[in-house]
Ligand binder design. Structure first.
Ligand code: PNS
Length: 157
């Protein structure tokens, strides 16, 4: 039985859609660990430190949410934390096939269960990738990200 859940992702950068999932997860679980992936083989727009800082700032007001870094397998991180539940947001049907496969693999390999939260409709079309494209093109991303992330995106040009 787990009263805690891990909410993993790249968060490159964190969006209001992610924050909505953290908020809802924090209302369901006693403790939520937001786990920021650090994969040296992957090229991120923001450094690991920047992504961690954005997530920390976005969750600073929650007393039952902590932020941690992980690399390697998610199930290994969950075992280290003593947590057997992962929580993921699902935006559209397109997310489901991939997320279902990952959930089944994580259950088979590490005994970790995944709980899916359907996106709140106003966030269902928001992704870090699209937010970066809009910001790069000069569009206003203020409704999708925090002020800090917006400023950082604007500085990237
Ligand atoms: O925000 P993202 O990039 O969609 O997050 C994906 C993430 C980090 C949750 C996923 O890639 C992951 O869990 N990676 C850890 C490596 C791992 O456990 N791979 C096996 C998946 S079955």
């Amino acid at each position: 039985m787990s009263r805690a859940a891990v909410c993993p992702g790249s968060f490159d950068p964190v969006t209001r859609g992610h924050i909505d999932v953290f908020t809802r997860a924090a209302a369901v679980f006693e403790h939520v660990v937001v786990a920021v992936m650090d994969n040296p083989a992957k090229t991120y727009t923001f450094s690991h430190d920047e992504r961690m800082t954005f997530v920390r700032d976005a969750t600073a007001t929650f007393d039952n949410v902590t932020v941690a870094s992980f690399s390697g397998l998610l199930v290994t991180f969950c075992q280290e934390q003593g947590i057997t539940t992962v929580i993921k947001g699902l935006r559209a049907g397109a997310d489901f096939a991939y997320e279902q496969q990952m959930a089944q693999m994580n259950a088979a390999v590490g005994g970790v269960e995944t709980v899916f939260l359907p996106a709140t409709p106003i966030h269902s079309f928001v992704s870090s990738t699209f937010v970066k494209q809009i910001a790069h093109g000069g569009g206003d991303v203020g409704m999708f990200v925090t002020d800090d992330v917006k400023r950082a995106l604007e500085q990237l040009g």
